[in-house]
Design a protein around this ligand. Structure first.
Ligand SMILES: [Zn+2]
Length: 161
């Protein structure tokens, strides 16, 4: 979440200070990751090379970032995740109309607390922001790929309140 003009400008700002590549998990990217993950889970095969080179690279990168679902609890299956599935999503991010009781920082806080409780904190030691590596970013989460759609829905529902 951000108060910057566009989501992209905020992400660029982050990238420049942190010196890490940052991928915006849009509903469309989540959909691709989710479907790839489902496929690799059910058929136990890797996505075909050549077809989705950039996508499978993206997935590989993401798998390093996300913890795997080791447990086999039943998960809802999502057919298609797209921007239009969400009420408060547009132009790469979530927006509030400002008419609700909660102000933006409170909503952001509530989302963080909810996701931290659910997934734990994904602490990032950032050598870009601090070459001694002491600075840690705390606003990240370790989310299994198969739970990304539900995370998008959670954020959407917080922003609708
Ligand atoms: Zn940083």
């Amino acid at each position: 979440m951000t108060r910057r003009k566009t989501v992209d400008s905020r992400l660029l700002e982050w990238q420049n200070t942190c010196k890490h590549p940052i991928i915006n998990l849009t509903p469309e990217k989540v959909d691709k990751l989710y479907q790839l993950k489902l496929k690799s889970k059910t058929k136990n095969v890797r996505p075909k090379k050549g077809l989705h080179i950039s996508l499978s690279n993206l997935q590989k990168k993401m798998e390093k970032l996300f913890i795997d679902d080791k447990y086999d609890s039943p998960k809802p299956h999502y057919s298609k995740i797209e921007s239009s599935s969400f009420h408060t999503y547009k132009d790469g991010g979530y927006f509030i109309d400002g008419k609700g009781l909660m102000k933006l920082p409170d909503i952001e806080n509530a989302i963080h607390r909810f996701l931290w409780k659910k997934y734990g904190k994904g602490l990032v030691y950032c050598y870009g922001c601090d070459p001694t590596g002491k600075k840690r970013h705390t606003e990240w989460f370790n989310v299994p790929v198969l739970e990304l759609p539900s995370v998008l829905m959670i954020i959407d529902s917080f922003c609708r309140r």
